[in-house]
Ligand binder design. Structure first.
Ligand code: ADP
Ligand code: MG
Length: 373
């Protein structure tokens, strides 16, 4: 096999050199012929809001919103990722903007496949004879069917092997915490569609809880509040901007104001109001409470030895939703445990997956056993 690989690679490179001598050195021409036998090893954090892809030895090469824009009549791809996100709320009737993942799992198989195929083609532009090895993060509470769907997508895209790891385990590895030791780590991942709390020890999850309340729910709460209290209709993008710019988890943790533009539901005309962080903390309070209750419920079920570790080491927050101003302080106030942010909250899972691409032994210890096959 190795001899065959070297033979084909040498043949391709000699052909390229020959073309170069003939003066054909245009990048497009080179791209057509430049291929490798083996696909790279790729890691994917397939999130409800953002998809991140890393390549072995190259690091994180792609970070895109998990959104596609499609033509309604024939399903043709019009935009993916950032391009599609910018279209949200501004599209004509013949275009459909879709988020194919919901609550951390695949809601539309075909569209997710299209999206992953596009992202893989961006991360690995050259053609490969043998598909890539994929390591993909899945929520710890994903069902067998949901995990199977992720494997099927990878295999249909030509992967030679698909390994699944739970997102909390990947996040613990990505944050540089000791996954293999008999030490309890508590990680709370607040994403777009779901919030997940997990306690890990000895390469696995001891206990985990997940709720379908996270960043998206915060955006929806802002939209609903403005509709009911100011008669102002705003889109999802504006709601997300408000949350990120002036949102906070408890009163007093931030003092900012922002002008919010939308459409007045009574007059039908464009309108503007002023919002401040204090008001935002009241809007977001029920969501922050639900997240705290999930954390407390996880702690209550933790074995006593691991509870001792968590008391000492603290709770680690990760995921985009964890960046909400003052959330760490509020969780500390509720649990009286140290609360720390992971170094890159939006990258923890993909960084963990990247480490697993390099460490086959650790991957075999933490990957999900294929009992769902
Ligand atoms: P997922 O894993 O579900 O794709 P992410 O971990 O990428 O989710 O987080 C996305 C969520 O984080 C979105 O709801 C986004 O609005 C939110 N978010 C990102 N940055 C911030 C911030 N600074 N403050 C509050 N929420 C944020
Ligand atoms: Mg995530």
């Amino acid at each position: 096999m190795l001899a065959l690989y070297i033979f084909f690679q040498t043949l391709a490179n000699s052909f390229l050199d020959f073309c170069f001598l003939l003066g054909y050195n245009k990048p497009m021409f080179r791209d057509i012929f430049k291929f490798k036998i083996w696909g790279d090893s790729l890691g994917i954090d397939l999130g409800t809001t953002n998809t991140l892809v890393c390549v072995k030895d190259k690091g994180v090469v792609l970070n895109m919103p998990s959104i596609l824009a499609l033509a309604r009549k024939n399903g043709k791809l019009i935009g993916v990722g950032k391009e599609a996100k910018e279209m949200v709320g501004k599209i004509p009737q013949d275009i459909l903007v879709v988020r194919p993942l919901q609550d951390g799992v695949i809601a539309d198989f075909d569209i997710t496949q299209k999206m992953v195929e596009y992202f893989i083609s961006q991360a690995q532009p050259y053609r490969r004879l043998i598909g890539p090895k994929l390591v993909i993060g899945v929520p710890s509470q994903a069902t067998k069917v949901e995990k199977r769907a992720v494997i099927d997508i990878g295999m249909q895209l030509g992967a030679r092997r698909v390994h699944l790891v739970t997102e909390p385990v990947a996040a613990v590895i990505g944050a540089g915490l000791p996954i293999s030791e008999p030490v309890g780590n508590m990680i709370v991942d607040i994403g777009g569609g779901t919030s997940e709390a997990a306690i890990t020890s000895l390469n696995g999850i001891v206990i985990s809880k997940c709720i379908r309340i996270a960043g998206d729910e915060m955006d929806q709460a802002i939209i609903q509040y403005l509709k009911e209290n100011y008669n102002l209709f705003i889109g999802e993008q504006m709601a997300e901007r408000i949350k990120i710019d002036i949102g906070c988890a408890c009163p007093g943790s931030q003092k900012k104001t922002m002008k919010v533009k939308g459409r007045n539901l009574t007059s039908g005309l464009p309108d503007e109001i002023k919002l401040d962080s204090e008001e935002l903390s009241r809007i977001l309070f029920p969501i922050v409470e639900a997240i705290c209750e999930m954390i407390e419920a996880t702690l209550e079920e933790s074995p006593p030895e691991l509870a001792g570790d968590i008391m000492e080491r603290g709770i680690f927050l990760t995921g985009g939703g964890a960046c909400l101003e003052g959330l760490d302080k509020y969780i500390f106030k509720r649990t009286h445990l140290p609360v720390k942010m992971t170094p890159d909250p939006l990258f923890s899972v993909v960084l963990g997956v990247e480490k697993l691409l390099d460490d086959g032994d650790l991957l075999s210890l933490v990957e999900l056993t294929p009992d769902f096959k």
